[in-house]
Ligand binder design. Sequence first.
Ligand code: HEC
Length: 101
Amino acid sequence: MAALVAATLVLAGGCAQEPLGPEAERGRQVYQAQCIACHNPDPAQAGAVGPPVKGSSEDLLRAKIVNGSYPSGYTPKRPTALMQPMPQLASEISNFAAYLR
Ligand code: HEC
C-alpha cells in the first residue's frame, strides 16, 4: 500500500510541471511533429534547414504555412523558398502562435 501511494505521488509530480496552456500545448505537439525536420526542436534556435521561429506572429505563420508567402512589408529571415506550404495545418495557426509567443 505504501508503495502504491509513493508511485501515485511520483506520477502526479511528473505531470504538475507543465506551464503551457491548452492552445500552446497543442501548438507544441504539432510543431514537434510537423516542423522539426527542418526547424530546431527549440524554436528560439536555428534548425537543420529552417531559421528560428520563436516570436513569429499569427499573420506570419498563416502567410507562410497556409500560402507559402509573407505578410506585406515583412522581411523574411531567409531569401530561399524551401518550405512547402502546408494548408492542411490552417486550423493550427493560432495554436502555433500561442506556442511560439
Ligand atoms: C522542409 C523543411 C521545413 C519544414 C517541414 C517547415 N519549415 Fe518553416 N521554413 C523552412 C525554411 C528553409 C525556411 C526559410 C524560408 C524558406 O526557404 O522557405 C522556413 C521559414 C519559416 C518561417 C518564416 C521565418 C521568418 O521569419 O522569415 C516560419 C514562421 C516557419 N518556417 C514556420 C514553420 C512551421 C510552424 C512549420 C511546421 C508547421 C514549418 N515551418 C515547417 C523549412 C521548413
